[in-house]
Ligand binder design. Structure first.
Ligand SMILES: [Zn+2]
Ligand SMILES: [Zn+2]
Length: 181
């Protein structure tokens, strides 16, 4: 779906689309979007630019960084961009020349191509950017036992918990000599 900027000149352009997200399979550690990405948003003319706001809803499958298990997660991702239609203005760095009506520091500027924004491309990029660097299935995930590899969240492993690391034995001896502080 292409959002034509001209369609928003006389009033907000609103949409609610379900976008095919097959291409959002980034190949990064098997992370994948399940089903479609539900995208609801609006494009508002705030002269000379446009304000694009949207919320994405989708379900993604990730692999836990600690226990390596695949898990699924609902995602709600709010987006906001300033869309500019001036070709000379697309550069990421603004030299500060020329007063811009709308330029909140935290809004990213997006350049329109041929007066339009390709929503599918934008959504795909944002879904990828939103992938966590270290996905964790549960904050309480105990991960795999470093000794036997058992998933400590699911099975009681027979290894003796925090086993004494022989590399610290020298330090331990010194501590004892000091009187076991
Ligand atoms: Zn986990
Ligand atoms: Zn173990």
């Amino acid at each position: 779906m292409h959002l034509q900027l001209d369609q928003a000149r006389n009033g907000p352009l609103r949409w609610h689309e379900r976008l095919e997200a097959a291409a959002a399979d980034s190949g990064r550690d098997g992370a994948i979007v399940l089903g479609c990405v539900d995208c609801e948003g609006s494009l508002v003319f705030v002269g000379p630019d446009f304000l694009l706001e949207a919320t994405l809803h989708y379900r993604q499958r990730l692999h836990c960084d600690r226990c390596l298990t695949a898990y699924e997660q609902e995602v709600e991702l709010p987006l906001a961009f300033v869309v500019t239609n001036r070709p000379d203005d697309v550069s990421a760095t603004d030299d500060g020349a020329g007063a811009r009506e709308l330029e909140p520091e935290d809004l990213t500027t997006l350049g329109a191509v041929d007066g339009a924004v390709d929503l599918a491309v934008l959504v795909r990029e944002q879904v990828e950017l939103n992938l966590p660097m270290k996905p964790i299935c549960d904050p309480a995930c105990r991960g795999l036992c470093p000794q036997c590899g058992a998933d400590r969240g699911r099975e009681v492993c027979t290894c003796a918990g925090e086993r004494f690391d022989p590399r610290w034995s020298g330090l331990e001896a010194i501590r004892e000599r000091l009187g076991g502080v």
